[in-house]
Write a protein that binds this ligand. Structure first.
Ligand SMILES: [Zn+2]
Ligand SMILES: [Zn+2]
Length: 132
């Protein structure tokens, strides 16, 4: 869906379509793209998610669709418009995501479906710790 201010929370940094807020776990709100189904986490949201993450409940996008968008480089933070850093984890080098140091991170659809929950949760915790 084309980005429409008012209807959508932010504009997807990958494909330029609108992202919608999705509530998760009662008190955490993330943004999911209505087109490529990528997920945006605000910095504070990522903090809240650690410990109760369930990747497949949230990351419902099609991995093939996600891979397509994974090829898009040099995306800008939807909050501040600065270039986001492309990062990967040394233990899971096939997984890439984009991060703005100040505002949060963007993940492509289906990027985490090949993780076991435990592994993913551990990785996510280490990521948050590492960014401090
Ligand atoms: Zn998108
Ligand atoms: Zn930013």
């Amino acid at each position: 869906m084309e980005y429409t201010p008012g209807e959508h929370s932010i504009k997807c940094p990958k494909c330029g379509h609108g992202m919608k807020e999705v509530q998760y776990g009662g008190d955490v709100v993330i943004d999911r793209c209505t087109h490529c189904e990528g997920i945006w986490f605000d910095a504070g949201e990522a903090e809240q998610l650690k410990g109760k993450w369930m990747g497949d409940a949230l990351d419902m996008g099609d991995p093939d669709e996600g891979k397509k968008w994974d090829a898009v480089e040099d995306i800008a933070c939807p909050r501040c418009g600065k270039d986001m850093q492309k990062r990967s984890d040394p233990d899971q080098p096939h997984i890439w995501f984009e991060e703005c140091d100040e505002h949060g991170m963007f993940m492509d659809a289906g990027e985490f479906t090949d993780y076991k929950h435990e592994t993913w949760a551990d990785w996510f915790r280490s990521l948050i710790k590492g960014s401090r």
